[in-house]
Design a protein around this ligand. Structure first.
Ligand code: UD1
Length: 368
């Protein structure tokens, strides 16, 4: 079968790396049609800086994209629309049997929309995740993508039950629609690459808290951003804070004229292998990223989520993640309690690290 994979943003390169490896392994075992999967990769260009894109392809052995669309920036509608037009042209010429999309970015939605309008089945990795916050562009992207996907790869039973509540059920569409609970593909990538973690070139302190921020709800709201940066300054005076800054966040800090406390160790975005090193050697993580909440868990680090809700509710239920929003007191209290008494990491919430293999098997079976 011919499979077109659409990626565009940093977390998608990370997830696709595990699945592409599994496809290569699958083809070694099943070199002939109909089980063989020929993957064509479209990179929309949503993330384009060397350290937001190219480095991930190099480090993680992700095959070079067959198409690079060079679409980034601008308003969400315009970005998604431009992607839709170009992806549609590629799909018309490639005529794939299926389109594979990841997560909840504008690239995800554009890939899914282009496919459905050409009646090409869509496989969605990370189906069923919900924040129930309709103001997030990601919530819109993932809800719409799920509603038109043929194969929905859910990381957990909670995600599958979210789909059911929206009327999306296994074997809908006269049996053509399939829902599979497969675990989290980012667990695979953490397991594969942790042994290759790389110490970044800047002077990493012996003990530190690792912070990332990039969500629009934080970066585009001056009051929230100011509150978070001020919290980082207060924390940085007590425990070193390492803060790799996403381009969106840097632009918002500059625009709002916010000064960072000099105690904050602010660096450019780091590579995946460097990030794994930083996570694994940190005291704890503070983030508004979805992926980093899980990577913290896989490296047995407590996490404070700088949002008002999380899609990864199992981590909160397990006591290893606290949703603190931008409340400085709550953030401080949780740092203190996590450092005084680190939580236990006993449960195995997101599968066994074989998610990519399950995804590839289901895709191959669907085509056969
Ligand atoms: C996007 C995703 C988000 C995901 C995140 C991962 C959407 C709606 N959001 O958010 O779900 O968690 O990626 O990082 O798709 N920029 C650069 N260089 C780059 C990339 C971006 O300068 O390599 C700039 C863009 O031009 C833009 C800003 O950063 O001005 C934001 O980028 P954008 O792609 O809109 O969204 P993200 O915030 O990265």
């Amino acid at each position: 079968m011919k499979l077109v994979t659409v990626v565009g943003a940093r977390p998608q390169f990370i997830k696709a790396a595990a699945v592409s490896r599994a496809i290569t392994r699958h083809n070694a075992a099943f070199p002939l049609a109909p089980a063989r999967i020929d993957e064509i990769i479209i990179h929309t260009g949503q993330h384009y800086d060397k350290n937001m894109s190219e480095i991930f392809f190099k480090e993680m052995g992700l095959p070079e994209p067959n198409y690079f669309l060079d679409i980034h920036g601008g308003r969400h509608g315009a970005m998604t629309g431009r992607m839709l037009e170009k992806i549609e042209s590629v799909l018309i010429s490639e005529k794939p049997d299926m389109v594979l999309v990841y997560g909840d970015t504008n690239s995800t939605l554009a890939g899914a929309l282009a496919a459905t309008k050409l009646h090409i089945p869509i496989a969605h990795v990370e189906a069923g995740l919900r924040s129930f916050n309709r103001n997030m562009p990601e919530e819109i992207n993932r809800t719409l993508t799920d509603s038109i996907s043929s194969i929905l790869f859910c990381p957990t039973a909670t995600a599958a039950s979210n789909l059911e509540k929206e009327g999306i059920r296994n074997n809908d569409w006269d049996g053509q629609r399939k829902i599979h609970i497969v675990g989290d593909v980012m667990y695979d990538t953490t397991l594969i690459f942790k042994a290759f973690a790389q110490k970044p070139k800047f002077a990493v302190p012996h003990e530190y808290i690792l912070v990332t921020l990039h969500r629009a709800e934080n970066t585009d709201d001056k009051a929230r951003l100011t509150s978070l940066i001020s919290a980082l300054g207060n924390i940085g005076k007590k425990v070193p804070v390492v803060f790799p800054v996403h381009p969106r966040t840097q632009a918002s800090i500059d625009k709002a004229g916010i000064e960072l406390d000099p105690s904050i160790i602010k660096v450019d975005p780091v590579s995946y292998l460097e990030m794994l090193y930083l996570i694994d050697n940190s005291l704890l993580i503070m983030t508004d990223s979805g992926g980093l909440q899980k990577e913290a868990y896989y490296c047995h680090k407590p996490c404070i989520t700088l949002r008002d809700e999380t899609e990864w509710v199992e981590l909160v239920e397990d006591g290893v993640n606290v949703v603190a929003g931008t409340d400085q007191d709550l953030i401080m209290q949780n740092i203190q309690s996590f450092l005084a008494k680190p939580p236990n990491f006993t449960a195995n919430i997101y599968g066994t690290g074989n998610t990519a293999k399950h995804i590839v098997n289901h895709i191959s079976e669907y085509a056969c």
